[in-house]
Design a binder for this molecule. Structure first.
Ligand code: ZN
Length: 175
């Protein structure tokens, strides 16, 4: 199996206002896949973890000409409820802004003054690994001990489960 990679020149991507959208399968994300498999090993269901991640990456520059990236993603994953040990769907809606640093680390701190809360700094890189970035962000956003929102039994017995409106809100607040 060849490993799927997506590499961009992040500085050029931002300056040319490029965009990139796509859907990744869990099989493309080995670290995330491993994490979910590990969770499945303690589960009663023994189902094979599955999931997909749709993403959109936008390059832009701000009024001051600083190169920026905006990443939004929706991850539909299956994980294991830590209370009932049955599988549970996990949907993450995430949004990130990155400032591409063209300068040395110590200079970045000075230029970052009022945007420090809204932007993460990424070093300028001609081969930025987008799958690794998506995986990092999803892994960091994963709940440490996911459990069904209310009653474990309910979720399992209801087919065609409705997305929890509060879970969607939570994703929006984080952005
Ligand atoms: Zn549960």
């Amino acid at each position: 199996m060849t490993k799927h990679t997506i590499l961009i020149d992040n500085l050029a991507f931002a300056k040319k206002n490029e965009s990139l959208t796509g859907i990744l399968m869990l099989a493309d994300c080995s670290r995330l896949d491993e994490l979910l498999h590990h969770a499945a090993e303690i589960s009663k269901s023994n189902s094979i973890p599955s999931g997909s991640i749709s993403y959109e990456l936008l390059g832009k520059t701000d009024a001051a000409g600083q190169p920026l990236l905006n990443l939004s993603l929706i991850a539909n994953l299956t994980t294991t409820c830590q209370r009932c040990l049955n599988e549970m769907p996990l949907k993450l809606t995430l949004n990130f802004n990155y400032l591409i640093g063209e300068v040395r680390d110590d200079d970045l701190i000075a230029t970052e003054i009022d945007s420090s809360d809204d932007f993460d700094v990424q070093q300028a890189c001609q081969s930025m690994d987008i799958i690794a970035l998506l995986e990092d962000e999803i892994i960091m956003a994963m709940p440490i001990a996911p459990t069904h929102e209310k009653y474990c039994g309910d979720m399992v017995s209801q087919s065609g489960e409705k997305p929890n409106p509060f879970a969607v809100l939570k994703g929006l607040i984080k952005s």
